[in-house]
Design a protein around this ligand. Sequence first.
Ligand code: ADP
Ligand code: MG
Ligand code: MG
Length: 252
Amino acid sequence: GSTLEIKDLHVEIEGQEILKGVNLTIKGGEFHAVMGPNGTGKSTLASAVMGHPKFEITQGSVHLDGKDVLEMEVDERAQAGLFLAMQYPSEISGVTNSDFLRSSINAHREEGDEIPLMQFIKQMDETMDYLEIDKNMAQRYLNEGFSGGEKKRNEILQLMMIQPAIAVLDEIDSGLDIDALKVVSKGINKMRDEQFGCLIITHYQRLLNYISPDHVHVMMQGRIVKSGGPELAQKLEEQGYDWIKQELGIED
Ligand code: ADP
Ligand code: MG
Ligand code: MG
């Protein structure tokens, strides 16, 4: 499996420091959850790792299997094995879901070794069935007019088809009803193996009832302030974040 190593990451947006030294290592076979109140920098972490231009890295490093991720263009990061499911997936008019998926898969393969069309269609069909996605979604423009739940299922479809080494899933559970949450969780759990590491960013503990993380981290004010096992998520569910603030003497 691969290793994503984030060290002392500092990130600014429009001159304001949002991440103030984040350390996190995710290895193949591991599921990590990052939880925390709104506005603490969880999405900033995801976007910075994936190379969103708005986020300026002022200090620290990100390496994937020893390679400097921060030196890579966004598409190079994807080719290197990183995958990001954004909190708000963008709509791409004029590109069908199916075409987008096929070119994403082929971008991960050597030239001349493109996925055969029939194999792609079969795999997409099976995965859409598995995720209970309506078949006509394949020919619709990417995310255009998709409901919140359809967008999230579609992100998991991409995840399962692309089979990245490391995925960052930002609030993949937000806005999902219980049935959609179960399907999305089923897809993520299906990915579990030694070749796949996952960072699950969530505001709510609910998702973690379906996906058991090996490690749980709490982010506050741009730092990871506490790490533990699944019991930490349980405690947050029962007691909220205030006890951590008190423990650390953080005021808001
Ligand atoms: P979280 O995902 O934990 O809710 P975010 O990473 O989205 O937090 O936001 C962290 C902080 O950065 C917030 O104060 C937010 O207002 C600010 N921020 C996020 N994105 C932008 C942006 N594009 N422009 C300016 N400020 C931003
Ligand atoms: Mg938020
Ligand atoms: Mg967020």
